[in-house]
Design a protein around this ligand. Structure first.
Ligand code: ATP
Ligand code: MG
Length: 556
């Protein structure tokens, strides 16, 4: 598909400068997810950036789990995340790293800070601490425990670790500056007491280090050259640097912030995605409507398409919300070259071909892809009864209509030109069947003396296979579901985001493998469901994306 030349951006410019000046000889990045949920499209941006830079500059990229919140983290999430990174096409350098691998070092460094007079044990309750912290416009006040002696702090911190104090009763705080205009520097908590079972360290620890303290030291221990994170961490950078400046760590990585990816009509917050799952609004983290990588995979999005999307949106510091059309466009372009063509009928209308003659009326071979003869071909069989799409017939069509209408003609794709002789209606006047006649001289050739412009897709009723077809619409009815101050994002949940219909597909799809992609001609790109589709038994196809961009029409 499109070219894969990296697009220059400010982070690449910084790296180019660091390599040119000799500050670094090679680069090392890391992707640091917290195993507290499945990855979403926003994480894909960060994965493509971190792993992509490592590839381009022949450096390394670590996968490091930021596992410092034991209550919210699980093995299931950690495994799903590794799966996603591989699926997107990346491999981390060396083994998987865990922040918990560094718990002992982090603890030792904390004792170091205490000995330097740069950390103290504080007994303030969370409420009192908040009060002492001050506000954006008001300085904070020193904790009454701030001037404890080094010996007392060491003794208390060791006893915190030994489990002598109840959860939440004490914290270890960095001793920086309660008057700092940057609230992150107002003696931030770096350790808390929490008796929680940890997925890796079990019950070995009852004190856990905070993210800001853990992250910079983990980066330093792994000798990360460029620590890339999203803009909300910009105000945390002074703390990142402060911690590393106090301690004899082996390196001092440079933190660089870039803007988060936000997408219209969906949410990219693990907390909100978790809510959709736990409250049953969707079928799970891998529901194809979810912006998770597991959901997108199940829907039929390709890793190549997602990587191309990430390349196109680029990297910058400006906040912006990307249109779903950009993502869908990248997926569509990738599938265009990859997906075999086939016919399917989603809303069937029966057509009886009144002059069909067994043995006289013939079938044709059709290629699976117009540009890829190597995809092979299949026979498109015809019989007396066929299915067409309901909306390919109109009794009273608008001007310019090229599909079937009473007395009108259209070509059946890969087959004959047919003429609609009669529309059969039920008691309510609804058209339930068409009677058409074949022009027997039009198989593979144009009719003589007239032009038939319309081509419609269809299936032989006696050959077609029943299939469950899942059609998706956007998950929310509002472009920014979480952008309303006094309204909950769930109020904008789209109840029509999933529509399941019983349709028909070509017999050639009988043994389609789970996750196989197809273009159903004139309808869209579809993918055999990864889990519910069983070749030869139960056919289930998910609509990945429509053939044309629909975002400018139905969605405002
Ligand atoms: P969430 O807000 O969804 O919980 P998070 O930042 O807490 O996301 P992490 O697991 O900590 O989730 O994220 C791992 C990495 O992915 C971090 O470096 C983070 O900055 C990056 N990341 C998360 N969300 C986005 C996003 N929307 N766009 C770009 N990068 C993101
Ligand atoms: Mg985070």
């Amino acid at each position: 598909m499109s070219d894969t030349t990296p697009i220059q951006h400010f982070i690449r410019t910084i790296i180019d400068g660091d390599l040119a000046s000799g500050k670094h000889r090679t680069i090392t990045t890391r992707f640091p997810p917290e195993p507290n949920g499945y990855l979403h499209i926003g994480h894909a941006k960060s994965i493509c950036l971190n792993f992509g830079l490592a590839q381009d500059y022949q450096g390394a990229c670590n996968l490091r789990f930021d596992d410092t919140n034991p209550e919210k983290e699980s093995e299931e999430y950690a495994l799903a995340i590794q799966d996603d990174v591989h699926w997107l096409g990346f491999q981390w350098s060396g083994p998987v790293h865990w922040a918990s691998d560094y718990f002992q070092s982090l603890y030792d460094y904390a004792e170091e800070l205490i000995k330097l007079g740069k950390a103290f044990v504080c007994d303030l309750t969370p409420e009192a601490m908040r009060e002492y912290r001050g506000t954006l416009t008001e300085k904070g006040r020193n904790s009454p425990y701030r001037d404890r002696s080094v010996d007392e702090n060491l003794d208390l911190f060791r006893r915190m670790k030994a489990g002598e104090f109840p959860d939440g009763s004490k914290t270890l705080r960095a001793r920086i500056d309660m008057a700092s205009p940057n609230i992150n520097l107002r003696d931030p908590v770096i350790y808390r007491i929490k008796r929680a079972h940890h997925i890796r360290t079990g019950d070995a620890w009852c004190i856990y280090p905070m993210y800001d303290y853990t992250h910079c030291i983990s980066d330093a221990l792994e000798k990360i050259s460029h620590s890339l994170c999203t803009l909300e961490f910009e105000d945390h950078r002074p703390l990142y640097d402060w911690v590393l400046d106090q301690l004899p760590v082996p390196s001092h990585p440079q933190q660089i912030e870039f803007s988060r990816l936000e997408l219209h009509y969906t949410v990219t917050s693990k907390r909100k995605l978790l809510q959709l799952v736990t409250q049953g609004h969707v079928a799970g983290w891998d529901d194809p409507r979810m912006p998770t990588l597991h959901g997108m995979r199940r829907r039929g999005y390709t890793p190549e398409g997602i990587r191309e999307f990430a390349r196109r949106i680029g990297i910058s510091k400006s906040e912006n919300i990307v249109d779903m059309a950009v993502l869908e466009g990248a997926i569509r372009e990738d599938l265009e070259t990859k997906a075999p063509r086939a016919m399917a009928v989603v809303n069937p209308l029966k057509v009886v071909l009144s002059n069909y003659q067994d043995g006289v009326t013939g079938s044709r071979l059709a290629g699976f892809h117009p540009q890829h003869p190597e995809f092979g071909e299949r026979e498109v069989s015809i019989s007396r009864e066929i299915w067409i799409e309901q909306d390919d017939f109109s009794e009273d069509p608008p001007p310019g209509w090229r599909r079937l209408k009473p007395g009108g003609e259209a070509r059946l794709r890969y087959s004959y030109v047919v003429k609609c002789d009669e529309a059969v209606k039920d008691a309510d006047g609804k058209v339930v069947e068409l009677r058409c006649s074949i022009d027997h001289d039009t198989l593979g050739q144009n009719p003589v003396g007239r032009k038939v412009k319309g081509v419609i897709h269809w299936l032989s009723a006696s050959h077609a296979l029943a299939a469950e077809i899942r059609l998706y619409d956007c998950l929310f009815t509002d472009p920014e579901p979480d952008g309303h101050k006094d309204r909950d994002f769930l109020e904008f949940f789209n109840p029509n985001s999933l529509m399941v219909v019983q349709g028909w597909v070509e017999p050639a799809l009988k043994d389609a493998a789970p996750e196989a992609h197809y273009q159903f001609e004139r309808i869209g790109y579809f993918c055999a469901d990864r889990f519910d589709h069983r070749p030869g038994e139960r056919l289930v196809f998910n609509r990945t994306v429509t053939l044309k961009d629909t975002w400018n029409k139905g969605h405002g």
